[in-house]
Write a protein that binds this ligand. Structure first.
Ligand SMILES: CC(=O)N[C@H]1[C@@H](OP(=O)(O)OP(=O)(O)OC[C@H]2O[C@@H](n3ccc(=O)[nH]c3=O)[C@H](O)[C@@H]2O)O[C@H](CO)[C@@H](O)[C@@H]1O[C@H](C)C(=O)N[C@@H](C)C(=O)N[C@H](CCC(=O)O)C(=O)O
Ligand SMILES: Nc1ncnc2c1ncn2[C@@H]1O[C@H](COP(=O)(O)OP(=O)(O)OP(=O)(O)O)[C@@H](O)[C@H]1O
Ligand SMILES: N[C@H](CCC[C@H](N)C(=O)O)C(=O)O
Ligand SMILES: [Mg+2]
Length: 499
């Protein structure tokens, strides 16, 4: 809570005030539908609509002041005009909530794949050390033991700092946060005081939003530039980079802070040796700055070794002991929807995975290929209103590893799902696939085909519990559909395809 005059006293931007500045502000909101009595409403000119057109609703809901960069005629609230509302939102939110990210240890993870996985691993490690944690990312927001749904992987600044403040009030020690390239490009995290930045990898995604891979790279690098901007006394800042990724040098040189390199191929500070990947998990010798321990983890695949190295580097730099890191990796519960087997005594394997990029699909399928004794069936689709150029590439990856693919819908959003599938088909050079736009039927079909020792991979939606078709969000859960399909196998006749 702050008086508007107090906010404006330290406001580092030019502004024009119309009305009273002695109004008490309860919270900052950018969505008129969320406004409560006493709030300050900031009008954001968005990609879809212009927030300036919702001032009346905001005021009806109780907004006492409006920040805008276009004329607002409603006399009922104080107006503060600035040059660009999007530009001031991060600082304003951070200041209003007393710079909450200074008061805990903030780890930001960026990169195309692995962000959610690493934040979950870190969460487990800090909890083993009896620390209180906050987590923000694709699956949900967590404040200590309470979880909340979240609209974006990395939320907009007013939401972010409001909940950072809540984390401070809950005496959270460590906050583990995914930082998406959209967030970096749009300045959503400008007001955050990161203590550690992690770069996982950069492969193709989001070319609908970033014009080129170079733009995508530059957006991700911003996290590392930002790491050098502020000063925190909790622990020294660290930039942690995957030195096997061809772009790692850009990230290392973007930061003025000490670098920790992790990797399996190039010379690294944190690395793994004697890696043994099998159908039950992964074992390796982990060497960090403080020593070497044996890891026997249930996590599958070489990509998860990278995730563990990143988490080990960040945890150790945050004061977690190597013994805790070993214990945490060995007993990790994994992440919902990431290489998650559908449990049961069905003889064949069914795996749910959030792979929705060519690289992640390649990682998961190559891991399955290593251990599958029989055929691999792939159920996959591509998101609507997202990078169109990844569609044929994902199909090609599928063809490389799977004996048979079923192309289906994955959040078509405003697009025609059959057109999305047609884009995918361009990546196929054989007829080892079929089209079944209904995702439930596609999963049932794949499960129906599988015989003993075969594996079905259901890719793209992971933990998601919905299917977005047009502007409707309908309930849909890959895990439950697969579970039911397995139960229903006895009741329906199964069909076969040649592989
Ligand atoms: C492209 C993009 O990032 N869009 C984000 C943006 O939406 P937008 O610009 O379309 O917003 P808008 O609908 O035009 O609304 C403009 C303003 O009017 C307000 N409004 C709107 C309607 C109303 O009735 N009242 C009202 O006040 C809105 O709250 C907003 O402040 O601002 C919204 C509110 O902050 C975000 O939720 C929205 O994310 C959308 C849902 C989205 O899908 N974003 C994706 C692409 C994204 O950001 N993804 C990354 C993860 C990517 C990854 O996996 O790596 C993420 O961090 O989530
Ligand atoms: N280090 C990694 N390298 C490559 N692929 C990975 C890695 N870790 C996980 N994956 C694959 O990517 C998928 C998504 O993993 P995860 O959710 O951790 O990534 P993310 O970066 O959070 O993705 P998003 O951008 O959608 O939030 C996993 O289901 C798996 O298929
Ligand atoms: N955060 C990613 C998730 C993609 C998941 C996939 N199921 C889809 O909807 O495309 C995005 O919004 O691009
Ligand atoms: Mg994620």
């Amino acid at each position: 809570m702050k008086i508007l005059s107090e906010i404006l006293k330290y406001f580092p931007y030019k502004y024009e005030l119309i009305g009273e500045d002695n109004v008490m502000i309860q919270a900052i909101k950018v969505d008129s539908r969320d406004v409560l009595p006493g709030d300050l409403f900031v009008c954001i000119d968005g990609y879809t609509v212009d927030g300036h057109q919702y001032t009346e609703q905001a005021i009806n809901n109780g907004a006492v002041a409006i920040i805008a960069h276009k004329p607002v005629s409603d006399e009922r609230a104080t107006k503060v005009y600035v040059k660009d509302t999007s530009e001031i939102l991060s600082y304003l939110s951070s200041y209003f909530y007393d710079f909450p990210s200074n008061d805990f240890h903030l780890i930001g993870v960026t990169g195309t794949n692995g962000k959610t996985s690493i934040t979950y691993l870190l969460d487990e490690l800090f909890q083993l050390e009896k620390k209180k944690t906050g987590v923000l990312g694709t699956i949900q927001m967590k404040i200590d033991q309470n979880v909340y749904p979240i609209a974006n992987t990395t939320p907009e600044p007013s939401y972010l700092h409001r909940h950072f403040k809540e984390m401070v009030d809950h005496q959270i020690d460590h906050v583990l946060m995914e930082v998406s390239s959209h967030a970096l490009e749009l300045g959503r995290v400008n007001g955050c005081d990161f203590d550690i930045a992690i770069f996982t990898n950069l492969t193709q995604d989001h070319l609908d939003f970033h014009e080129t891979m170079e733009d995508y790279l530059r957006a991700k690098m911003r996290l590392f530039y930002q790491l050098g901007n502020r000063y925190s006394t909790l622990v020294p800042k660290r930039a942690i980079v995957n030195c096997d990724d061809p772009h790692h040098q850009s990230f290392a040189s973007a930061s003025s802070q000490p670098i920790i390199r992790y990797g399996l191929t190039n010379e690294a500070d944190v690395y793994a040796e004697d890696i043994n990947l099998d159908a039950n998990g992964t074992s390796f010798k982990l060497t960090t700055i403080s020593g070497t321990v044996q890891i026997n983890s249930p996590l599958m695949g070489r990509f998860n070794v990278y995730n563990m190295l990143a988490a080990a580097a960040a945890a150790e730099a945050s004061g977690v002991s190597l013994e805790t890191i070993q214990r945490g990796f060995n007993q990790t519960k994994g992440v919902p929807g990431r290489f998650e087997p559908v449990k049961g005594e069905h003889g064949f394997g069914v795996v749910i995975d959030y792979a929705h990029t060519p690289d992640s699909l390649e990682n998961v399928l190559s891991t399955i290929k290593q251990f599958a004794k029989g055929s691999i069936y792939l159920v996959v689709g591509c998101g609507g209103d997202r990078d169109k150029t990844k569609r044929p590439l994902m199909a090609t990856v599928g063809e490389k590893y799977a004996n048979h693919s079923i192309f289906t819908a994955d959040n078509p959003r405003s697009e025609d799902p059959m057109q999305i599938i047609a884009d995918m088909e361009k990546g196929m050079s054989s007829d080892r696939y079929e089209v079944e736009v209904d995702r439930q039927v596609a999963i049932e079909r794949a499960v129906g085909m599988a015989k003993e020792t075969d594996v079905v991979l259901i890719a793209g939606k992971g933990h998601e519990t919905y299917q977005i078709i047009g502007d409707k969000t309908l309930p849909f859960n890959d895990y439950k559909v697969a579970e039911n399909a397995i139960k229903g196998r006895g009741e329906h006749s199964s069909s076969e395809v040649s592989s």
